[in-house]
Ligand binder design. Sequence first.
Ligand code: NAD
Ligand code: ZN
Length: 356
Amino acid sequence: MSFKNFKCVPKMIFGRGSFAQLDAVLAAERKAANDFVVFLVDDVHQNKSLAGRLPAKTHDLIIYVNVEEEPTTKQVDALTAQVQAFNTKLPVSVIGLGGGSTLDLAKAVSLMLTNNGGSAEYQGWDLINNPAVHHIGIPTISGTGAEASRTAVLCGPVRKLGLNSDYTVFDQIIMDSELIAGVPTEQWFFTGMDCYIHCVESLEGTYLNEFAKAYAEKSMDLCREVFINNHEEKDDKLMMASYMGGMSIAYSQVGACHAISYGLGYVLGYHHGIGNCLAFNVLEEFYPEGVEEFRKMMALHNINLPKHICRDLPDETIAKMVAVTKSMGPLWDNVYGAGWEEKVTDEMLTKLFRRI
Ligand code: NAD
Ligand code: ZN
């Protein structure tokens, strides 16, 4: 048996207003006069006060990224080329400022600046050869745990799969809860539920161990403070929950909900957060307590999920989603343990999809 040797983020700053410290963090990386930094910023912040607070110097590159679609290998390759065209030198840091999508773009671009070829070649596990450019993650919406993880999830020509490697992990994260204050309720809920679901899947899974359990239990308590008790410091709590949920699944695995959500996302284009909510809502047999509490949280925040999105779809479309979902071996192994192949049948998955 071999135990995971988990590489985690070595430096982190936490606290309201800590974004202001980014300038000092970058000063430590800027050594020569012509050193430059790349800011990849979610375009939702363009022309907003946060954009005016970027500690950019005249020779830095600021790129506003659009995350209407989840990140693709094509987008990563184009951004990498844009950075290379801007300056033949490597930047001294790449900063991702936004949600899980923007954080993943920053991770991926920092890797592709030092690794030849296209990013699709590196979708998988430990395929990256060279260390990335120094990269910093600054979430402006919380839940995915992308700030803590060793993957950058990308939709490629063949599949949606991450660049999973030790080099993917951020060198620095800044968790400033002021930055997540203005997120619209629905999006806040969907991305926040990603975190709650990470905890449920980790705690209910066969991969559970004391490391993963400690993080998931605490993260789940924090989610309850946020989504049930409406705690006055809920932004700080959600930010911490997201990080800890990410730490938990990094040392365990996600489960049935993510497997189904990947199917929904790949075939129908549903984004990670809402896809998870749609899937989780039909998984009461897998996660009875979690689903009950999730429904209570939906009611508290007046969240209405779209209904019957799969009920009338052609059989071939359902079959495609079933195939993607079924291919998530480690996730099902986490759900059922050895012998999962006999339990994850087309019939069982088709029934679940038809209820979504
Ligand atoms: P996101 O980054 O896709 O953003 C969702 C929406 O929120 C966007 O419209 C964005 O512009 C907006 N937004 C972000 N910050 C905002 C703010 N402060 N105010 C108002 N709007 C704001 O959302 P997400 O749910 O954080 O990330 C989902 C992505 O993360 C998916 O692509 C998924 O594959 C990926 N993911 C990665 C990991 C990982 O470990 N790397 C884990 C889970 C999910
Ligand atoms: Zn997730």
